[in-house]
Design a protein around this ligand. Structure first.
Ligand SMILES: [Fe+2]
Length: 198
């Protein structure tokens, strides 16, 4: 889909890998010490509707720490903060449309939507296109999470197959011995297999 570039896009801040530092995609290395929790690798491809990889896409993620708490001024969940975990990462897709994060498995958290409401563990994803005015936002979930059938946000996606596409795939080949569990999650921008966006 081609949209005309207006003055906003042409004169806006430029995206590029020059602004990304080495630790931006490794959320376990951003502080002096290592964060608590299960270390995980999250990787995948950003794809167009016909399966073509989309390079140079800025991906930003944010998530809770292992205890289910965000580092945010409006966070009220009485779970411990982790001094070694901010829960924010950035990466740019390579020529094959691939991204890769190292992080900590996020925890479930209560959100007060209804009685005993808990969000399943998830990682928020934001994708920028060729300008800050082109942005897609979604959430990645984890396989086998008992909270998924109960979550109104996950279930706001009406199509069962589209919901399943929001769940990462546990990959034993991506998993690194003595180090980290591996999860694969592709993001499809449009078409019949498109990722559900918010
Ligand atoms: Fe969240």
């Amino acid at each position: 889909m081609l949209l005309p570039h207006r003055l906003t896009e042409v004169t806006g801040p430029l995206l590029g890998d020059s602004l990304i530092t080495a630790t931006d995609a490794d959320l376990t290395m951003q502080r002096d010490g290592e964060p608590q929790g299960q270390r995980i690798i999250v990787t995948g491809q950003v794809l167009d509707s016909d399966g073509r990889p989309v390079p140079d896409t800025l991906i930003e993620i944010w998530q809770t720490n292992a205890a289910g708490r965000y580092r945010h001024s409006r966070e009220h969940h009485p779970a411990p903060l982790d001094p070694n975990f901010d829960g924010i990462g950035r990466a740019i897709t390579d020529a094959g449309g691939r991204y890769r994060f190292v992080t900590i498995a996020p925890g479930a958290y209560p959100w007060g939507n209804h009685y005993n409401a808990w969000r399943p563990a998830h990682i928020h994803f934001s994708l920028f296109g060729r300008a800050f005015t082109q942005r897609l936002v979604t959430q990645m979930y984890f396989p086998g999470d008992q909270l998924l059938p109960l979550d109104p946000i996950f279930n706001s996606v009406p199509d069962e197959k589209a919901r399943q596409r929001l769940i990462a795939y546990f990959d034993i080949d991506l998993t690194q011995p003595e180090w980290a569990l591996g999860f694969e999650w592709d993001i499809v921008l449009r078409g019949r297999g498109a990722t559900a966006f918010e």
